[in-house]
Design a protein. Structure first.
Ligand SMILES: [Zn+2]
Length: 147
């Protein structure tokens, strides 16, 4: 049996019924042999781990720089999760900032006052990209507006 990688392997097709063997043989031939597949797979896993480590390091550096810039208090906790905590804090604040300030908070027009709806589009995004007071009052959105 010749595989797509050029290697030849012997496969026992006796467990397959006669009418399935041809299809199974075609399927096998389109694939790498077991050794090549395993080698490729391990290389992938190794490069993924390497990529992840590099990404983590970059995030860690960004989080540390951010914490220093904004004078964030040092985190306390078990040593092994401190790095994770610092990255997560940075990501949370970044995402919150993006959602609330850069993109604007999505606010249903029904909870906006008449005057606010003039300056806030239906999506809650304003032309200046700033959070409007009406949007703040409507936050958090899962709570019903005060009567
Ligand atoms: Zn091979």
């Amino acid at each position: 049996m010749a595989h797509s990688c050029g290697h030849t392997n012997t496969h026992d097709l006796s467990s397959r019924s006669a009418d399935q063997r041809a299809g199974y043989a075609r399927w096998l031939a389109a694939r790498q042999c077991t050794n090549c597949w395993r080698a490729d797979h391990q290389a992938d896993a190794a490069s993924t781990a390497e990529w992840l480590a590099a990404k983590r390091a970059a995030e860690q550096a960004a989080a540390a720089a951010w914490a220093t810039q904004f004078d964030m208090p040092p985190l306390e906790g078990p040593e092994r999760i401190l790095d994770w905590g610092e990255r997560t804090r940075h990501q949370l604040v970044n995402r919150a900032y993006t959602a609330l300030v850069t993109e604007g908070f999505p606010v249903k027009s029904s909870v906006l006052s008449e005057s606010a709806s003039d300056s806030v589009s239906s999506s809650g995004v304003t032309s200046r990209g700033r959070l409007q007071p009406a949007s703040v009052a409507a936050c958090p959105p899962h709570l019903p507006p005060r009567v």
